[in-house]
Design a protein around this ligand. Structure first.
Ligand code: ZN
Length: 131
């Protein structure tokens, strides 16, 4: 049973991201390193996404995340595609992995930044959030 993918606006995400069960998954490639990112987001670049899906499942499980919000720069191609691949991966393995919601951020990172929402520019491999 394939999961459906829903869309979420930046304003909705701003509220939602404070919850402990929500993970933001940034699938941009190199842009993340120079454009900044949403605080606390995980980076799973689209070019290696397929191979790293098991890592993402593990990361979500380990941190008790049941809602994953995918985005790329505009959330038109890479974001929805990776969200779909992730949903298909779970469906093929008949594995729920505790994931209840798979979402895509409307307008992506560029829309988020353009509407003045907070961005983080830390350079660590893993964003610790809180900025
Ligand atoms: Zn950061």
């Amino acid at each position: 049973m394939a999961k459906t993918i829903s869309y979420i606006t930046g304003s909705e995400l701003l509220t939602l991201k404070e919850r402990a069960n929500v993970a933001i998954v940034d699938v941009r490639d190199d842009e993340r390193s120079y454009d900044g990112h949403i605080s606390g987001s995980l980076h799973f670049a689209s070019d290696s996404f397929q191979d790293r899906i098991p890592n993402l499942v593990q990361a979500a499980k380990a941190k008790g995340k049941d809602t994953l919000v995918f985005h790329c720069a505009l959330s038109q191609v890479r974001g929805p595609k990776c969200a779909r691949r992730f949903a298909d991966y779970l469906a093929e393995r008949k594995e729920e992995a505790g994931i209840k919601n798979i979402m895509v951020l409307e307008r992506g990172y560029n829309g988020w930044e353009a509407s003045g929402k907070p961005v983080c520019r830390c350079t660590g491999a893993t964003c610790k959030g809180g900025c």
